[in-house]
Design a protein around this ligand. Structure first.
Ligand SMILES: [Zn+2]
Length: 190
């Protein structure tokens, strides 16, 4: 099934998400729902807090960018209990967007290399290094687990210019082709 996407201003997007056990009820279903919701809303990644679940899971499929970034062709992954343990390399700017912040794109600086520990969908532990575009997408989704949004990371001038746009979004003044949950609305519990 697909979930509605939680929109900017909702408190659940600001919580630090928690690790889960490998007997978390309905884990495989949740993973497939995350992918389904992500594909349906044309995202490259989706984190559980964005569907109203404050747990440390996100999914990524970079295939839509494979034409420009061949390395992303088979970059389809599930990250459970993700923890970034190292970030290094030059800070590089790149334009980002987010399903929780419709119709906004801004340049964000991020480190070029990361090391991350996580479990995959088969509960196999990984400790891996990623760079380039992969590191960028992972860091964006990972930030959702720590209650951080990409608009927090734009420069102070841009941030000031964004303020009224973000307020409008949090009040539902935006167009999106997917179902959404606005601040103040209840997320589905299961
Ligand atoms: Zn996002």
């Amino acid at each position: 099934m697909t979930y509605p996407i939680v929109i900017y201003g909702h408190l659940i997007l600001r919580k630090v998400a928690e690790d889960i056990d490998n007997n978390y009820p309905g884990l495989q279903q949740l993973i497939s729902d995350l992918f389904e919701t992500m594909y349906w809303s044309d995202g490259l990644g989706l984190a559980a807090p964005q569907i109203g679940k404050s747990i440390r899971i996100f999914v990524i499929d970079g295939a839509p960018l494979a034409e420009d970034e061949p390395s992303l062709k088979d970059f389809k992954k599930v990250f459970i209990n993700a923890h970034i343990t190292e970030r290094c390399g030059d800070l590089k700017p790149m334009s980002e967007g987010c399903l929780s912040i419709p119709n906004i794109r801004e340049e964000v600086n991020r480190e070029s290399h990361i090391r991350i520990e996580y479990y995959d969908e088969n509960w196999v532990h990984h400790n891996e290094v990623f760079d380039g575009y992969k590191a960028r997408i992972i860091q964006h989704e990972y930030d959702h687990l720590d209650g951080i949004l990409f608009t927090d990371k734009v420069n102070p001038l841009k941030k000031r210019l964004l303020k009224s746009k973000l307020t409008a979004i949090s009040k539902g003044k935006f167009e999106a082709d997917y179902k959404t949950i606005l601040p103040g609305q209840k997320v589905k519990s299961s």
